[in-house]
Design a protein around this ligand. Structure first.
Ligand SMILES: Cc1cc2nc3c(=O)[nH]c(=O)nc-3n(C[C@H](O)[C@H](O)[C@H](O)COP(=O)(O)OP(=O)(O)OC[C@H]3O[C@@H](n4cnc5c(N)ncnc54)[C@H](O)[C@@H]3O)c2cc1C
Length: 409
C-alpha cells in the first residue's frame, strides 16, 4: 500500500496491527496511530486483575458468542502465547490460562509501547476519529485532538480498532460502531457481557459482600467458582461466564430470567442429608440463624433465613413448624433460585457483545466486504468470548491479520 494507513484505537487489536505492519515491511512513516487515551495500550494494564490473561489452552466453539458468524474462523491459527514467546516475552500457564511470566499486565502493555513508539510512527494520543468519508482511493478522516481542534487526514487504509462500549474510562464510547454503520456495515445490537446480574429479590442485600465457592446454572450451563454477592445481585467469574446467556434473553424481551445457585457444590446430596438429620436432632435448641451454621458464610445464612420469613435470632422452639423451616433452608443450599432482571452496566462489565457483523468481514484479511480499504478488528466486531483470555486472543488475532494483509499490499 503506497498511501497512509490510519489505525484508530491503540488497544490490544490496534497495537497488534501496528506492530505487525512494522514487522512486515510497512515503513513507519506510512502509519498513523491514534487513541482516545493519553498512552498506548491503556486498557491492557487493567486486564486480568492487573495480570493480563492473554490466551487459553482450550480453544473451542463454545468459548465465543456471535450472532453473525463463526469467531473461531478469525482466531484459528493465531496463538498469542507463541507470539509473545517469539517476541521475547515469556509466558506461563496456570490451569490452561496464559499470563505473562511476570504476572504483570504492564509487561504486555509496555512491550507494545516500546516497540511501537521506538519505530518512529506517528502516535497521536487523546485524539479521536470523529468522522470518515469514503473517497475514490481511500478515506478522508476527521480527527479531534485533545485541544478540541479538528484536522483531516487522508488514508488509503483504515484499521478501525476502537473497541466497543467498555468503557468510558478508556474512552470507548462505541463511536467506531456508528462510523462502521455509516460506511455500510450492519451492526448486531450491542449489550454488556461478562457482567454481574441484578436479581429481583430486594432481600439479597443481606448477603452483600459475601464471597463463597459455589456454582450457577443458567439455560442449562453450569459454572463453578467464587460467587460474589452484591447489594443488588450476584457477581464473580462463574456469573460472568453465564451472563451472556442471561443478557441475551433479556435483550430478546424476557422480563426475568431464572438462574439457580448451588452454595455447597462440594457436598453431595447424601452427605448433606446426614448433616440435616443431625441438625434436626438439636433443632429445638437452635436459633434460625444457627441452622446453617458452618456450612455457608454468615451473611449468606442470614439472607436465606430472611428469605424463609424469619430473623436470625428467632428461637426455633417458638416456630410453628420448625422441621419445615429446616427442610426449606437445607433445600435452598443446593437449589437457590433467583429471577434475574438486569445486568451490570458497560462501566462494570468486561466486554461488549454485538458489533460489526462478522459475515461482512473477510476472516483471512480482516478487510470489510462492504467497504474496501476498511479493516474492522477486535471488540468492535460481533464476537465476545467467555472469561479466560478469549477476548484478548480475539483482539490480538484480528489485529495481527489486518496488519499482515495490509503490509502485503
Ligand atoms: C477490567 C477488564 C479486564 C479484562 N481482562 C481481560 C483478560 O484478562 N483477558 C481477556 O482476554 N480479556 C479481558 N478483558 C477484555 C479485553 O480487554 C478486551 O476485549 C480487549 O482489550 C479489546 O481490545 P480492542 O483493541 O478491540 O479494544 P480496546 O482495548 O477497547 O481498545 C480500543 C481503543 O480505542 C480507543 N478509541 C475508542 N474510540 C476511539 C475513536 N473514535 N478514536 C480514537 N480512538 C478511539 C480507546 O481509547 C481504546 O484505547 C478485560 C476487560 C476489562 C474492562
Amino acid at each position: 500500500m503506497r498511501g497512509t494507513i490510519l489505525i484508530a484505537g491503540a488497544g490490544a487489536a490496534g497495537c497488534m496491527a501496528a506492530l505487525t505492519l512494522l514487522e512486515n515491511g510497512c515503513p513507519a512513516d506510512k502509519i498513523i496511530l491514534i487513541d482516545g487515551n493519553e498512552k498506548i495500550a491503556k486498557k491492557i494494564y487493567a486486564t486480568g486483575n492487573g495480570r493480563c490473561n492473554l490466551a487459553n489452552a482450550r480453544m473451542e466453539e463454545d468459548c465465543y458468542y456471535s450472532g453473525s458468524g463463526d469467531p473461531m474462523r478469525f482466531v484459528n491459527g493465531f496463538r498469542p502465547s507463541v507470539f509473545f514467546e517469539e517476541h521475547g516475552i515469556p509466558v506461563h500457564e496456570r490451569s490452561g490460562y496464559f499470563y505473562p511470566r511476570t504476572d504483570q499486565a504492564a509487561t504486555v502493555a509496555r512491550f507494545f509501547e516500546k516497540k511501537i513508539l521506538r519505530s518512529g510512527l506517528l502516535f497521536l494520543p487523546e485524539t479521536f476519529l470523529e468522522k470518515v468519508q469514503k473517497t475514490g482511493s481511500g478515506f478522508t478522516c476527521t480527527l479531534r485532538g485533545a485541544d478540541g481542534k479538528k484536522s483531516a487526514v487522508s488514508a488509503e487504509g483504515l484499521i478501525l480498532a476502537t473497541g466497543g462500549l467498555v468503557s468510558r474510562a478508556f474512552h470507548c464510547t462505541g463511536n467506531g460502531l456508528s462510523i462502521a454503520e455509516k460506511l455500510g456495515h450492519k451492526i448486531v445490537p450491542v449489550h454488556p457481557a461478562l457482567t454481574s446480574l441484578t436479581v429481583s429479590d430486594p432481600l439479597i442485600k443481606a448477603a452483600a459482600g459475601v464471597r463463597t465457592t459455589g456454582s450457577i446454572t443458567a439455560d442449562g450451563r453450569t459454572e463453578e467458582g467464587e460467587l460474589q454477592f452484591t447489594k443488588t445481585g450476584i457477581s464473580g467469574i462463574p456469573v460472568f461466564q453465564v451472563s451472556r446467556l442471561v443478557s441475551g434473553k433479556l435483550l430478546e424481551g424476557e422480563k426475568e430470567v431464572s438462574v439457580t445457585l448451588d452454595l455447597v457444590p462440594d457436598i453431595g446430596r447424601n452427605d448433606l442429608e446426614k448433616i440435616r438429620v443431625r441438625r434436626r436432632e438439636e433443632l429445638s435448641s437452635l436459633t434460625a440463624g444457627e441452622i446453617l451454621f458452618g456450612l455457608i458464610p454468615e451473611g449468606l445464612s442470614s439472607y436465606l433465613v430472611r428469605r424463609v420469613g424469619l430473623a436470625d435470632e428467632k428461637k426455633m422452639k417458638n416456630v410453628g413448624n420448625p422441621d419445615a423451616v429446616l427442610d426449606h433452608l437445607f433445600s435452598l443450599l443446593k437449589d437457590l433460585p433467583f429471577m434475574v432482571t438486569g445486568t451490570g452496566s458497560y462501566e462494570t462489565s468486561q466486554v461488549t457483545a454485538g458489533g460489526v457483523a462478522l459475515s461482512e468481514v473477510d476472516p483471512d484479511t480482516m478487510e470489510s466486504k462492504v467497504c474496501p480499504g476498511l479493516y474492522p478488528v477486535g471488540e468492535l466486531l460481533d464476537a465476545d468470548g467467555i472469561c479466560g483470555g478469549y477476548n484478548l486472543t480475539f483482539a490480538f488475532a484480528t489485529g495481527y491479520r489486518a496488519g499482515l494483509s495490509l503490509a502485503k499490499l
